[in-house]
Design a protein. Structure first.
Length: 139
């Protein structure tokens, strides 16, 4: 049974057109407690977007799917940079990969295949990491 949850001003969108269900899979991992971190390439953000993102630390954010449907609320615990080639273990663990850096890298290379090709991502590429905890779900 679905229930209404409070929708907060800050949103985190998981999913994109043509993602083959990856967005919903990630949201389900959050809801099931398997995912407590996420990351994206720093080069995808403008300076203003980074400033806004860092301002969400300590705040509750509503996770929405690619259609904009609220799925859950999370509290942002920390935001920091790390390198793709040597990722912070908090990210690796939060993505559900334990201490297996290679699995984290392989999984993300596969998921980000087009982005990596288009942006010439290397091991030195910086990632922006968000660590979070689940607050409530709509399911």
């Amino acid at each position: 049974m679905k229930r209404n949850i409070k929708v907060y001003p800050n949103k985190a969108i998981f999913g994109w057109e043509g993602d083959n269900g990856i967005g919903e899979m990630l949201i389900n991992q959050i809801i099931n407690g398997e995912k407590t971190a996420t990351c994206s390439f720093k080069i995808e953000y403008t300076d203003e977007e980074l400033k806004e993102l860092y301002a969400t630390k300590g705040k509750i954010v509503t996770v929405v799917n690619k259609e904009g449907v609220p799925k859950c609320n999370i509290k942002i615990l920390d935001i920091f940079e790390t390198k793709f080639g040597d990722p912070d273990l908090r990210l690796v663990k939060g993505e559900g990969d334990g201490n297996d850096v290679k699995k984290f890298q392989d999984d993300h290379r596969k998921a980000w295949n087009e982005t990596i090709k288009d942006n010439d991502i290397t091991d030195d590429t910086k990632l922006i990491v968000e660590l979070f905890e689940l607050i409530e779900t709509a399911e």
